[in-house]
Ligand binder design. Structure first.
Ligand SMILES: Cc1ncc(C[n+]2csc(CCOP(=O)(O)OP(=O)(O)O)c2C)c(N)n1
Ligand SMILES: [Mg+2]
Length: 344
């Protein structure tokens, strides 16, 4: 669909250097992720539901994943993250069908139905997946950044984790080594203020989480993680630096998750007021408002996107429902490296 009001050039675009069409695509992707996540919630909670096991929704944090995807160099870069991984996978280009089928445990899922919510992978796109051990994947991201520097191809690895990972040894060891060896690793803390039910103020002696980076002699800063333009410009600066061989950076994207930690979280640690305040800072509404004021989008365009993403998600659910479960003969395939078969 055509971009609204193409003649009028926005005055404040150079900050992110995205074209009007690209900004519209970013908004659309954020809306798709939100729709996908909220449908996942419904599919999980309805009687006789198809989705089981751990499931962590990304609603509220979309600006981070979509902002990173906007500067991601397909074919060179990597991205690795924790278990709250649906949004990043979709933003990097995973088919919603493959994502929903994975949640349904079907053979057509991105991890052949064996990973589920916490283990979305797509190696062709450099998506090194979702990982369940808090902080456990940060050394893997550092290793991927080492591979980029070894290949000298100006690729970088976006290594994401939550605020709950900062007191893990693996985080601190990785930050040190990446800085010492000037690895092209962009460490990104998605600070939603809470690890399960534990607020940052109850787990961290220093509440300004960005300061941790200065201990490892790398650029570090707080970023408004609800503002996709802020995400893009901070991430681009860090990526440019890494691509030029000047080493890692550490960004704290301050954001909020609207849903509970997982599907079993009754959210008793939150007040109505807090949630209301957060809703006013919804990253999708912030961006929608900005694009309206720039003349890039209007009511009709927005409605059109809403219909498009609803259709895509409905189609993904139908596809998942009609897909087969993995065959029993697949029990031991793709579980560990094929060079280490488990057969007797
Ligand atoms: C090493 C380890 N310890 C504890 C857990 C249990 N656990 C799962 S998620 C989680 C909270 C992590 O919070 P955060 O890193 O802030 O990410 P968020 O869920 O907010 O995205 C914990 C403690 C785990 N998975 N791994
Ligand atoms: Mg958190």
């Amino acid at each position: 669909m055509a971009v609204v009001n193409q003649v009028q050039q926005p005055t404040d675009l150079p900050e992110t250097s995205l074209s009007p069409q690209e900004t519209r695509n970013c908004l659309r992707m954020m809306m798709l992720i939100r729709r996908f996540e909220e449908r996942t919630y419904r599919e999980y909670t309805k009687p006789g539901h198809h989705i089981g096991g751990f499931c962590h929704l990304y609603s509220g944090q979309e600006a981070v994943a979509v902002g990173l995807a906007a500067i991601y160099h397909q074919g060179k870069d990597y991205l690795i993250n924790g278990y709250r991984d649906h949004g990043h996978a979709l933003a990097l280009g995973m088919e919603p069908r493959a994502a929903m089928a994975e949640l349904f445990g079907r053979a057509t899922g991105c991890s052949k139905g064996k990973g589920g919510s916490m283990h979305f992978f797509q190696a062709q796109l450099g998506n090194l997946g979702g990982h369940g051990i808090v902080g456990g994947h940060i050394p893997l991201g550092t290793g991927a950044a080492f591979a980029c520097s070894y290949k000298k191809n100006a690729g970088v690895c976006f290594t994401l984790f939550g605020d709950g990972a900062l007191n893990q040894g693996a985080f601190n060891e990785s930050m040190n080594l990446a800085s010492l060896w000037k690895l092209p690793c962009i460490f990104i803390c998605e600070n939603n203020g809470v690890a399960m039910g534990t607020q940052v103020v109850r787990s961290s002696a220093e509440n300004d989480l960005a300061k941790r980076g200065s201990a490892y002699a790398m650029p570090c800063k707080n970023v408004d993680g609800n503002d996709i333009d802020a995400v893009i410009s901070a991430a681009r600066e860090a990526a440019d630096r890494a691509r030029a061989g000047n080493g890692p950076s550490y960004l704290v994207m301050n954001t909020y998750r609207f849903r509970g930690h997982s599907m079993s979280d009754p959210l008793q640690y939150r007040t109505k007021d807090e949630l209301e305040r957060a809703r006013q800072n919804d990253p999708i509404l912030i961006y929608e408002k900005r694009l309206r004021s720039r003349g890039i989008i209007d009511d009709a365009a927005l409605q059109q996107i809403e219909h498009e993403v609803a259709d895509i998600v409905n189609d993904a659910v139908l596809f998942a429902e009609n897909s087969p479960y993995p065959d029993l003969s697949e029990l031991y395939t793709n579980v560990l490296s094929e060079t280490y078969p488990l057969q007797k």
